[in-house]
Structure formats: structure tokens, C-alpha cells
Write a protein that binds this ligand. Sequence first.
Ligand code: SF4
Ligand code: SF4
Length: 434
Amino acid sequence: MDTATAPLSFHVLAKPTGAICNLDCKYCFFLSKAELYPGSELRMTDAVLEWYIRRQVEAQQGPEVTIAWQGGEPTLAGLDFYRRSVELVEKHRRPGQTVRYTIQTNGTLLDDDWCAFFRAHNFLVGLSIDGPRSLHDAYRVDKGGKPTFDRVIRGWGFLQEHEVDVNILCTVHAANAESPREVYRFFRDELGARFIQFIPIVERVNADGGTRFQEGSTVTDRSVTAAQWGRFLVAIFDEWVRRDVGTVFVQMFDAALASWVGAPPAVCIFAETCGDAVALMHTGDIYSCDHFVEPKYLLGNLTEAPLGEMVGSARQRAFGAAKQDTLPRYCRECPVRFACHGECPKNRFILTPDGEPGLNYLCAGYKAFFTHIDRPMRIMADLLRRGRYADAVTQILPAEEARFVAAASRAGRNDLCPCGSGQKAKRCHGRANT
Ligand code: SF4
Ligand code: SF4
């Protein structure tokens, strides 16, 4: 095994049922991973579960440890599996160590028993919904191709009844990308959701026409385009920043604010390097990342080596450093690099304008988004630095905009534009009035 230099804490995304799921979402990148384990029952045994809990608890040198479950569909493992996991955590955790539980689910199998259990153990539940009925059902269908919206909303109802903490996970794709406000308002106003996460669907088409590997430079028709992704984020941000800061938490916006404040972002895609979030399959196999569960990224098996050794291995550190080392010059010179860092390497498969490979497929969208939010982000970052709440931006920004509109309407066509661009008003914001 390579020299171990494990980070103080790292994340393990565990898949107790491997790639199996009761649904057949058309864009799912994980169902095909079952092919890595031909003949396997795709179910984590009690022995592997105990290895995982023990290894994870002993590997985390900080005061907190997170046990994070995902799939496939992790509820297919059955509630007793999770009851046992909590018992094992109690058996192995160090005194004073805080344990947090998370689970990402499609919500269709949830009932009172599940949700009472989640509440009792403070699980943070990630619930996959892609927006209102027609947008959700476009791709999120069951094995028979039937829509799933009603079953997911039923699960949401159980979660609400039991007051479980829920984070809505919405993937953004060809079907819902042009409806940002409809999607956001559905979550905020109809569901009453307070924690929302948006994830772009970028499906690369492999040489054999499939989408199993992070290979190929074209994408499926279901994928969101870079321009759509940028517009989607901008539209929701503009509504959020004028009325919902402090009451609705959008992971992407929180991560951006961290960058403007100078703090490390809470999501790996905007970090400078990767490598601190590995994936655990039902067999105990550990892969470099959830998005790279492919034979060439297999680090080992946790029944044979400590987690810290695998995460700290030279191979995994090189995987993580590659995110920074392979950044094209176009990104290195980008004014919003501090917030973007080239996003996830899995999406870096297009050429820069000067022909260098490795630019992110979503670049144009991110550039538009991060540029657009600069002023409000500066306002919020300044508020936080002065010990105030960021939600004051909901008053400051409209007042600032009203002052600008008034100044712009007073400016003559040949005066300098009040936006500070240095251009004449007639060529800048005055254009709207000409
Ligand atoms: S490869 Fe992408 S998803 Fe994986 S750790 Fe890196 S940024 Fe995160
Ligand atoms: S916005 Fe584009 S150029 Fe800038 S860092 Fe991100 S991917 Fe690179």
C-alpha cells in the first residue's frame, strides 16, 4: 500500500444495495454499476457493515463522523439494516464523537416506521424530486415506465409528519431546465421546503453509445446545456436573493457565498482539489469518488485495509490533485476561478476557445452565473464580515438597484453610466432608453 497521508476527516458515500433501485430514472448514472458485480446479491452483509462502521469511526480524527447512505435506492436494504448500523455505531464510536446520519432516497418506500426511525436518530434525508408533476415525471419513472410523482410526494408527507430534516435534491436536465422559477416555487411554496440542492445532468455518451463511464465528448439529449444551467441558476438566484435569504437554503448559493467570504466551499465540485469523498460499494470496495465507480479507480477493500490508508494513498492523493493540476489556462486566468475551480473533473471534456482540452462542459453557465451574482455576494460577504446576518441583502440590494435606476434615468446619453462601467450611458445601461 502507498504511503498514507490521510486528511483529518473525509467523506464516505456508502451504497448498501450497490446499484439496485426500484425505479428506472432515465438519466441514472448508477444502475449500470451492477455490471461491475456480476452474480452479486447487491446487498451489504452484516460483516461488511460492521467493517465499514468500525473503519469509518476510527478513521475520522475530528470530533464528528458522518455515516452517509446512498444508492441505487438505499431503503431497499430494509429498515433493520439501518437499525443495526446505529447499534454498530454505538458499539464502535469513540467517547465524545458526534455521529451524523444522512440518506439519499427516492422516497417511494417511506412510511411511518422509516420516518419515525429517521427522526429518532436525526437523519438528514435527501429526497429526489425534479419539480412539479410533469417535470418530475419526465425522467423519474419506475421499472414499468410509470410516473413516480405521487409516490414521492407521499414519502415527503411522511417525512413532514415526523418532522424529519429534509434536503430536496433536484436534478436539472432538458425537461426542467427552462422552468427554473416554476421548479423553485414548487419546492418553496407548495412543499414548504427549506433546503434545496440542484445538480446538473451531464451524461457523456461513450464509444459504445452507452453512458456507463466518464468518457466521450458528446452528451445525451437529456443533458442540460451550459447556457440553460447558467440561466437556471441565475433565475432562481435573483428570486432567492431578493426574498428568501435566511429562510431557504440553496446549497449552490451557500457554497458560492463561502467562496466570496474566503471560506472553504462545503461542496467538493467547487473545491480546489478532490480526493476527500470516496464511494463504498456493498462488497466493501472503495472507489476514488461516487462519480468514478469504475475499475480503474478501485482503491481497495475496507475489509483488507484501513480507510485512512486508502484515502491517504499516493494514488488517491494524485486523483485529488489532478483536479487542480489539469486545469486549463483558460480556467487559471478566469476571474471567477476562486468560486468555480473548474467544477467537477467528470464534466471537463470540451476544448477551451484556444483549443486546450479539459474545459468544463458547463463552463459558460458557471461563468455567467458567478459573474451575475458578484455584487449581491459581495454585499452578503461584507455583512457576514461585520457580524451581521446575510439576509439584510434582501433590503440592501433592491434599495441599491432603485438608486441606480433613478441615477440612470437622470443621466444624459453622453454622461458616464452610473453603473461604473466607464462607458457612456447611451452605450451601457442607457441603451434600454434609446
Ligand atoms: S470528481 Fe467531482 S464529484 Fe468527485 S470529488 Fe471531485 S469534484 Fe467531487
Ligand atoms: S467559469 Fe469556466 S473558465 Fe472559469 S473556472 Fe469555471 S470552468 Fe474554468
